[in-house]
Design a protein. Structure first.
Length: 145
């Protein structure tokens, strides 16, 4: 009886293998992929991904290797005007900070009470300098005009 059971198990195992092979071949025949050629992607001269190979007749632009920058570009210090003019846009004396709007560029600069020479209120015309702070440019040495 044990031998009959072994033969039956072997038959089932072989049938499963055959079924697996048949399904694999069926999937291969019906797959829309169509092989490696349909899976290829190319990059055109503008850097876009496309399915058409590049045209070998087009002339490539020469690349100057010295113009390629890897990493963060070198920081160039732009000389700032020593004194700037502006108006106090907002100032909260209880919290000790505010903002100054520059007259020329309409740019807003943060100002802390520690950067004040004279006491200021909203709407005062002021003269100030700027320094880089943790979150951007800050107005310092602020005095009324």
């Amino acid at each position: 009886m044990a031998t009959f059971e072994k033969r039956e198990k072997e038959k089932k195992r072989l049938q499963k293998q055959e079924e697996k092979k048949r399904k694999k071949e069926e999937r291969k025949a019906n797959s829309p992929g169509g092989g490696l050629e349909n899976m290829m992607a190319y990059v055109d001269e503008n850097g876009r991904i496309t399915d058409t190979p590049p045209d070998p007749t087009k002339v490539r632009k020469p690349i100057d290797i010295s113009e390629i920058e890897i990493g963060v570009p070198k920081r160039v210090d732009v000389p700032q005007a020593a004194e700037r003019m502006g108006r106090v846009d907002f100032f909260d004396s209880s919290k000790g900070f505010g903002f100054i709007k520059e007259d020329v560029t309409q740019e807003r600069f943060f100002v802390h009470v520690s950067g004040l020479i004279d006491e200021v209120t909203e709407g005062n015309k002021v003269q100030f300098e700027v320094e880089r702070g943790q979150r951007g440019m800050n107005a310092v040495r602020v005095k009324k005009v």
